[in-house]
Design a protein around this ligand. Structure first.
Ligand SMILES: [Mn+2]
Length: 319
């Protein structure tokens, strides 16, 4: 696998990397991490995003030359890396780039990634795409600079819930330790990622939690965020991502679900689990996907209807 990727890199003059829509730390981190390492090879490298970068990752945007992808920009690419993208549709309007680039390499850690690339390196056991990318960088002996190391550390920290989730392995901690030895400023990463909340987000949290409901004998928590409330706090749908972790952490809760109303009236569903009950299958039955303990889906129904459908699906799960 690594040999084939190496061959493709050697053969290519123009290379790009792209993240998924609503980018998270792992998605931006893996694009920037591998991108920075490849930039050192002297080839022409472009780091694409296809969505706005959330404020908490602004520090990554300062250190890395991200470019918002527009249709046609992938036309003369020899090689495209799609990173942390569990399915092609997660590329949203940028999905067309898969046909623009000559060769596509898909590197990911999501369950049931359909291997949409010409070359596919999918490891569902690993903590994060960033950990996988670090493995690749080390195997190819590519140089990793400060910005690249910072980006990879950010992805590992965010995808492991700061090394709390069970996807954290001894290898993950060794990878993180290697990055710290390279001089990564972990304090700044924590401050930017977790400790730079907008006061409106915190106030919104207070209001939303008032309507938190527990179902299935307290084992499932539901919280909803309407467009109306988001607008009244002048926030967008990416606001308060941590709400779902907060409600997962209630004693007795096994699965937490957050329903966010989208501007088009549909619903973005987030799932988290802290028990053996997996949420990836649940997300898949609503057209989404993800990991055993963290998954998501987007549906056309409004949050009220979505909740009713989810309750039906959960009744089967808890039978
Ligand atoms: Mn990831």
């Amino acid at each position: 696998m690594i040999h084939r990727i190496h061959q493709e890199i050697n053969r290519a003059a123009k290379i790009a990397l792209i993240s998924h829509k609503s980018p998270d730390g792992d998605s931006l981190g893996s694009v920037a991490g591998l991108g920075q390492a490849l930039m050192e090879t002297g080839k022409e490298i472009t780091l694409f995003t296809n969505d706005s970068i959330p404020g908490k990752y602004e520090f990554l945007a300062e250190q890395n030359p991200f470019v918002q992808y527009k249709k046609g920009m992938g036309k003369d690419l020899d090689l495209l890396f799609v990173l942390d993208c569990g399915q092609a549709s997660r590329l949203d309007y940028s999905e067309v780039i898969l046909t623009e680039a000559k060769t596509v390499i898909n590197i990911d850690h999501h369950m049931r990634n359909p291997n949409f690339g010409h070359i596919n390196w999918v490891d569902t056991e690993i903590s994060s795409t960033c950990e996988l990318v670090l493995e690749l960088i080390n195997a190819l002996k590519l140089p990793l600079n400060y910005a690249g190391a910072t980006a990879l550390y950010t992805g590992i920290v965010t995808d492991t819930g700061s090394f709390m989730y069970d996807n954290t392995s001894p290898k993950t901690l060794r990878a993180a330790a290697n990055l710290l030895e390279m001089g990564v400023d972990k304090d700044r990463i924590y401050r930017e990622t977790y400790q730079s909340r907008n006061i409106r987000e915190v106030k919104l949290l207070g209001e939303v939690l008032k309507d938190l409901t527990l179902l299935f004998d307290g084992r499932v928590s539901f919280t909803s965020l309407s467009q109306e409330i988001l607008k009244s706090y002048d926030l967008d749908i990416q606001a308060m991502d941590e709400l779902i972790d907060f409600t997962r952490d209630i004693a007795g809760v096994e699965i937490s679900i957050v329903l966010k109303e989208m501007e088009n009236g549909g619903t973005k569903i987030g799932f988290r689990s802290k028990s053996d009950r997996r949420v990836d299958g649940l997300a898949r039955s609503f057209g989404g996907g993800g990991h055993e303990k963290a998954a998501g889906a987007t549906v056309k129904m409004n949050p009220g209807e979505t909740k009713q459908q989810l309750i039906k699906a959960l009744e089967e799960l808890f039978e």
